[in-house]
Design a protein around this ligand. Structure first.
Ligand SMILES: [Zn+2]
Length: 163
């Protein structure tokens, strides 16, 4: 038996590395380690259908649809997926966009990734604890940061200050 066999190997690494966030794409969080992780089935049980679409599939709610647009009390806005507090009412402002808007997150509460969906380069904002998609951040916000965190109300719950 002198037949020489040629072994070919293929690699999917290039394909995986080229993956970008897209509308209704598979969750981009799978390869990362977050403090709070669940299977897709578990997330579907924990969240409403609309919350799941935003937090786990990066959907965007209809502008003007969130009751949190009109939330004026002092307190913190927390992640609807894992309860981590993300934004203080002290940084909330009326942006006129129809989405709850903030000029800064609570320290270390959010992370960002580049999002090229819809042919736009945007910076997506995610909860640092569970990786849930929250919205996007833009550079046209008010002082002191000049940032506008444009957040889906569906991704948030409000906790009024007790003191
Ligand atoms: Zn979270």
């Amino acid at each position: 038996m002198l037949t020489r066999r040629l072994l070919l190997t293929t690699s999917a690494i290039g394909i995986a590395a080229a993956a970008t966030l897209r509308w209704w794409s598979a969750p981009p969080h799978a390869a990362e380690n977050f403090e709070v992780t669940h299977t897709e089935d578990k997330w579907r049980k924990l969240l409403t259908r609309d919350q799941f679409a935003v937090l786990r599939q990066s959907a965007t709610e209809r502008p003007g649809s969130s009751p949190l647009l009109y939330e004026k009390r002092r307190g913190n806005f927390a992640c609807a997926g894992c309860d981590q507090e993300l934004f203080s009412s002290a940084t909330k402002f009326e942006s006129g966009t129809g989405w709850p808007s903030f000029w800064a997150p609570i320290e270390k509460a959010v992370g960002t990734t580049q999002d090229s969906s819809f042919g736009m380069m945007r910076t997506a904002v995610r909860c640092s604890r569970c990786g849930g998609h929250l919205g996007h951040v833009f550079n046209d916000g008010p002082k002191p940061t000049g940032l506008r965190y444009c957040i889906n109300g569906l991704a948030l719950t409000f906790k009024p200050a007790t003191a």
